[in-house]
Design a protein. Structure first.
Length: 345
């Protein structure tokens, strides 16, 4: 007995609607549908509405790759970021993503564990496969400045928070201004000098803040204590604070970020040193929790949103072949709260 042919109940693959299907549904030509899909303004409003309605009914999705090939743009931006763990980087990334959406671009994020030649070059290669129109680099480590790291030619690039000496637009917070404001505030209250809990030595931001702190002390004829190096974490700030609590003449401390300032304050509390009665503390960032520290933290406010927006706008301008300034510094401001006061008489 001959075997009966096998039955299959699997449905036939659903065919995606084509531009011709939309044209028939809307009663227009395929060329008109193409003009609507690519955003051309030559189509009458009533006809455009009819075509869009037909697209929705049929579930038609314009071919993005084909549009990009025709327009010479992918409407996509790559972001290479050194760390997702820091408050400032995440706030900046949020601003970049929001501004990109408003400008009609999507974001492809490549986070890196370390800014080395291989990792950065690999990130560029991956973004090349993603077909991006430009790249924003948020890498603060000095290693980005190594000569062996070659940036892609012919692709617009904007660098954030870096000492990289490339012929590229660089957007950054005015780190030096912020550190000067913090140091001058404490000196102005009458403290003989200001101790500094610095960020990691490989950080460009930390170096800028540390150098400005030292210059400000020297400009005012104040002694320059040896900086205590931290790693941006509250734990490293707590270790620094334990050391500072043992130095009676340390009456004013400028920490290079709010997290380390929190650790410093914790250690001072543990040692029985009153804040600001015995020691005044100033941070840097103005993270949302800073106003809820005990006492509320005097700090330098960075405008991360403005930095991210400026970076995205500079990149889009570069993509569109408009003029872009080489460097843009976003100003900081001092926010005075309860953690700083004149020293005891």
């Amino acid at each position: 007995m001959a075997a009966s042919p096998e039955r299959t109940d699997a449905p036939a693959p659903r065919r995606e609607p084509s531009i011709l299907d939309v044209a028939r549904e809307a009663g227009v030509s395929a060329q008109t549908v193409s003009r609507v899909a690519t955003g051309k303004d030559v189509v009458k409003a009533a006809t455009r509405e009819r075509v869009v309605d037909a697209m929705r009914r049929l579930g038609y999705r314009p071919n993005g790759a084909a549009r990009a090939l025709k327009a010479g743009r992918y409407r996509s931006i790559g972001v290479i970021m050194f760390s997702l763990a820091t408050y400032g980087n995440m706030r900046t990334l949020e601003a970049i993503a929001g501004e990109a959406t408003a400008a009609g671009y999507s974001i492809t994020l490549i986070p890196l564990d370390a800014a080395t030649q291989g990792s950065v070059s690999g990130a560029f290669a991956r973004l090349g496969e993603e077909s991006v129109d430009g790249i924003v680099i948020i890498i603060e480590a000095h290693r980005l400045n190594e000569s062996e790291i070659v940036l892609p030619s012919g692709l617009p690039v904007v660098v954030l928070d870096s000492s990289a000496e490339y012929d590229l637009p660089v957007i950054d917070t005015d780190q030096a201004q912020g550190a000067r404001l913090a140091t001058e505030h404490l000196l102005g209250l009458g403290h003989r000098t200001v101790w500094h809990v610095a960020g990691p030595e490989e950080s460009f931001s930390a170096q800028r803040r540390r150098d400005s702190w030292e210059r400000t002390l020297r400009a005012h004829g104040a002694p320059v204590p040896e900086p205590i190096i931290g790693d941006w974490t509250a734990e490293s700030g707590r270790a620094a604070g334990a050391l500072l609590a043992s130095i009676p003449e340390a009456t004013a401390v400028f920490a290079a970020n709010d997290q380390m300032a929190l650790g410093v304050m914790h250690a001072l509390h543990e040692a029985g040193r009153a804040i600001p009665g015995d020691v005044s503390v100033v941070g840097f960032d103005d993270m949302p929790e800073a106003a809820s520290f005990w006492p509320a933290l005097t700090t330098v406010r960075q405008h991360f949103h403005e930095v991210g927006v400026a970076a995205l706008q500079a990149l889009v301008a570069s993509i569109e072949n408009a003029h872009v300034d080489d460097t843009a510094l976003v100003p900081t401001e001092l926010v005075v709260r309860a953690s700083s006061a004149p020293p005891r008489a």
